[in-house]
Design a protein around this ligand. Structure first.
Ligand SMILES: *Cc1c(COP(=O)(O)O)cnc(C)c1O
Length: 404
């Protein structure tokens, strides 16, 4: 029996429940995406299937990579990529301390050592001049992070890696839609891992994707993504699928569902527009905050770098502002302005101090930025009115502190 969809009163949004609170990030999900999810639910196929296949094909076209594998998160993507290149316990991977801890966690979870190099204070990305001194016979890979969506100079980094025979796994969690010399991140180099977490530049709720030009690696990743089985599930359950499969390695599972892909397909179609809105808002921040003594604005890179502005993260000048970063975040929250903290340097978390002996002072540039950085609200549907509230709040706190 077929039933007409019952009509519901329009549900209140999560943000309506938050009153006047302006979050630092909020997803922009189109009506088309919502309809695609509903269509998927009604279609009778809700796990990995035709919509995932379409999403991967669309991603492959957008980023310009021959092989794209979607999966449950960037964390899963980084982990499986390291596994797929054959990272062994005791190996070393070179990365940056100014990143989300997932970058280090995946290395340590595989029994390897995250070997860190400090950041370049002009880009907040890893300082390429410091990499070669950290390479040892145990080094297997370099994992750069395109911080905030500003690409690392991959032409230079890839040359260093090639010279030393190292794999390069780019943590591109911030960098979907970023470009270097006009080329999409994902269209060149070794392996790129994107995140589609709800606060990222495009989202599937949770999700991620790996891009690579290495066919053999892509084949291994496809197997590692799904129980070590040598072919996709929806082949088997559909009419044309075969009865048996082989398991060629023990593995866990990290496949995304067609429900997530339904969102992703439309996020990707809108991505250029969404990034355009971010860029326009950033320009407005730069215009209005560029001459304020209490902030140092984030690096935007020269004309080689197509910055996608996943976050807009200035540094607080404590003495001018009359308060430190944490106090400023607290005061802004009292004024109903949300901020993000990207990031406290990862080497200072207790498990990294305990397991690898990292200490305060090891990476002074990352620590100096990590102490002062905060992410101001930035999302595509943010209005000029929203943005003015942020700027006014900063000005109010600055003048209050100055006159007290
Ligand atoms: C968000 C993020 C990740 C993890 O992404 P998930 O999709 O949430 O697993 C990894 N690295 C960086 C730099 C990130 O910002």
């Amino acid at each position: 029996m077929s039933r007409e969809p019952t009509s519901h009163p329009k549900p209140k949004t999560f943000w309506e429940d938050q009153g006047d609170f302006l979050p630092f990030s909020r997803p922009s999900i189109s009506e088309e995406a919502i309809q695609e999810v509903v269509d998927c639910l009604r279609s009778g196929w809700i796990t990995t299937g035709p919509r995932v296949a379409q999403f991967e094909a669309d991603l492959s076209t957008f980023v310009g990579a021959p092989h794209v594998l979607s999966l449950t998160s960037a964390t899963a993507g980084l982990y499986l990529s390291l596994q797929a290149i054959g990272l062994q316990p005791g190996d070393e991977v070179i990365t940056t301390p100014l990143t989300f801890v997932a970058t280090l966690n995946v290395i340590a979870c595989l029994g390897a050592k995250p070997v860190l190099v400090d950041i370049d204070p002009h880009t907040y990305n890893m300082d390429l001049d410091q990499i070669e001194a950290r390479i040892t016979p145990k080094t297997k890979a370099i994992m750069p992070v395109h911080f905030a969506g500003l690409p690392v100079d991959m032409d230079r980094l890839n040359k260093i890696a090639e010279h030393h025979g190292l794999r390069v796994i780019e943590d591109a969690a911030h960098a979907i839609g970023s470009t270097l010399n006009g080329r999409q991140i994902g269209s060149f180099g070794d392996v790129q891992v994107f995140s589609f977490h709800a606060t990222k530049t495009m989202t599937t709720g949770e999700g991620g994707a790996i891009a690579t030009r290495d066919f053999e690696l892509a084949k291994r990743l496809a197997v590692l993504r799904f129980h070590g089985i040598d072919r996709p599930a929806w082949d088997r359950f559909s009419k044309k699928g075969s009865l048996h499969y082989d398991v060629i390695t023990p593995a866990t599972k990290s496949n995304i569902t067609d429900l997530q892909a339904a969102i992703g397909i439309h996020q990707l179609r809108a991505l250029d527009t969404l990034i355009g809105k971010r860029r326009a808002l950033v320009e407005r921040y730069q215009e209005k905050l560029g001459n304020r003594p209490y902030l140092t604005l984030p690096p935007s890179g020269d004309k080689r770098f197509g910055h996608s502005w996943h976050i807009f993260a200035p540094c607080v000048n404590e003495s001018e502002m009359g308060m430190d970063r944490d106090t400023l975040m607290k005061r802004l929250k009292e004024l109903n302005i949300g901020t993000g903290l990207h990031y406290l340097p990862a080497h200072l978390y207790s498990c990294y101090q305990d397991a690898f002996g990292y200490r305060p002072g090891d990476f002074p540039a990352a620590e100096a930025i990590g102490q002062r950085i905060l992410s101001l609200p930035l999302f595509p549907d943010m209005t000029h009115g929203d943005q003015d509230r942020v700027i006014d709040a900063l000005e109010t706190l600055f003048f209050e502190a100055k006159n007290s």
